[in-house]
Unconditional design. Structure first.
Length: 396
């Protein structure tokens, strides 16, 4: 049994209220929202209510919400649904693979892609975005919050640049939705991706905001569901769960819970730094979503730390779950200018709406001891002690 689940950026547990909202739609209220009989009408009503709730979370109108199967689908739709051979796309080096690999696919189809670097604080510079514009730039795709560091990108400034240049703007808000308030009108984006399971709704459902008038080629071909933009019988229980989680997220903001979550995260971070020497926060100087911290523990292999914490019942990760099988250092941290050693020594702790003070206390009880044990057997740490200095610059 887990004693502390701090990997909510990988997937967050379903809120009980969202599950209760979904339950009838598996059983007595099941139905196809396109059917003409009463059961179908009820399904349609529930679907449209959920659409309204997701729209409210984003400051959008319900007609601008397209339900999808999750974040990867939304990102892929946004990029491959807009970009044609000969078009130019501006994105960043720290996007999720859903964006990076869709951009790579766009390149193989004849598009050009510029991938911008970021600063040491984890943010992309709006000036770099402006400088990268070309006459054939069709799309700018910059994420709202990074999945590994939680750093929030200057997307309002980028939205203004896109508007001035008359270029389409997509933002991957998978790690921001439900954590920070979002207003699509302020951001001036044309497309915005969110994913259910990152905001305590079920897996396998998501939404893409498509600004009215934005012409998107569908990825899936079939029925006319979602106004022809996403064919396939709608995942009614999932969509209802997403609507419920979106509504709960709005209430959560109104109740000031985001600040409480940030305080919990900050306590974890502060105490870890105080109690464990040579611990660093990656991206700590930039604005961040309230739930995420990326901590670097000098001389420790992040993956070993994750495994040791697992033995104590603590779930954390070395970064994106999609890169878990990779032996390469986390690319987001490398893009921030960290050495490979620093990047390898980092662990992401991501809190959720259900994280308690007791869980944080428990992690803080375990962490110093586990880090000390790993340092005791670490050749890098030993080398550092012999030199009496920092391990920075030591490759691994
Ligand atoms: N975008 C970001 C920033 C993510 O963190 C993730 C998942 O980790 C995705 C997209 C993909 O979302 P999904 O797992 O719903 O496909």
């Amino acid at each position: 049994m887990d004693k502390a689940y701090l990997d909510n950026n990988a997937t967050a547990p379903l809120l009980p209220e969202a599950f209760e909202a979904m339950r009838p739609f598996f059983f007595e209220k099941f139905g196809n929202a396109s059917s003409l009989y009463e059961r179908g009408h009820q399904a349609r009503t529930a679907l449209e209510q959920a659409r309204g709730r997701v729209a409210r979370l984003l400051g959008a109108s319900p007609q601008e919400i397209v339900f999808t199967g999750g974040g990867t689908e939304g990102d892929t739709m946004a990029i491959l649904g807009l970009v044609s051979p000969g078009d130019h796309v501006i994105t960043t080096a720290i996007e999720h693979h859903a964006v990076l690999h869709s951009c790579r696919r766009a390149e193989t189809l004849g598009a050009q892609v510029t991938r911008l670097g970021i600063g040491g604080d984890g943010q992309v510079s709006p000036d770099d975005v402006r400088a990268a514009l070309r006459p054939n730039t069709r799309l700018i795709s910059v994420m709202m919050a990074n999945n590994e560091t939680g750093v929030v990108q200057p997307i309002e400034a980028i939205g203004r640049i896109a508007a001035e240049a008359n270029v389409l703007f997509h933002t991957d808000a998978v790690q921001a939705a439900g954590k920070i308030p979002i207003d699509v009108a302020r951001i001036q984006c044309h497309l915005l991706t969110l994913s259910g399971h990152k905001l305590h709704a079920p897996l396998g459902v998501g939404a893409l905001y498509v600004r009215k008038g934005t012409l998107l080629r569908p990825l899936l071909h079939g029925g006319t569901q979602e106004r022809g933009m996403r064919a396939g019988t709608e995942n009614l229980p999932g969509i209802v769960g997403l609507g419920a989680a979106a509504e709960l997220a709005v209430e959560w903001f109104v109740a000031g819970k985001a600040a409480k979550l940030a305080a919990l995260r900050d306590r974890l971070e502060r105490t870890a730094i105080e109690e464990i020497e040579h611990t660093r926060v990656n991206g700590g100087s930039a604005p961040r979503v309230p739930n995420t911290t990326s901590l670097g523990f000098e001389g420790v292999a992040g993956k070993s730390l994750v495994v040791s914490l697992d033995f104590k019942g603590v779930c954390a990760s070395t970064g994106s779950a999609c890169s878990a099988g990779s032996s390469a250092p986390p690319y987001v941290l490398m893009a921030m200018g960290l050495t490979a050693e620093q990047a390898y020594s980092s662990v992401r702790f991501s809190l959720g709406k259900q994280t308690t003070e007791e869980e944080i206390d428990y992690v803080l009880d375990c962490l110093p001891e586990v880090v000390a044990q790993l340092r005791a057997i670490s050749p890098i740490w030993k080398k550092r002690s012999l030199r009496g200095g920092s391990v920075e610059g030591v490759g691994s």
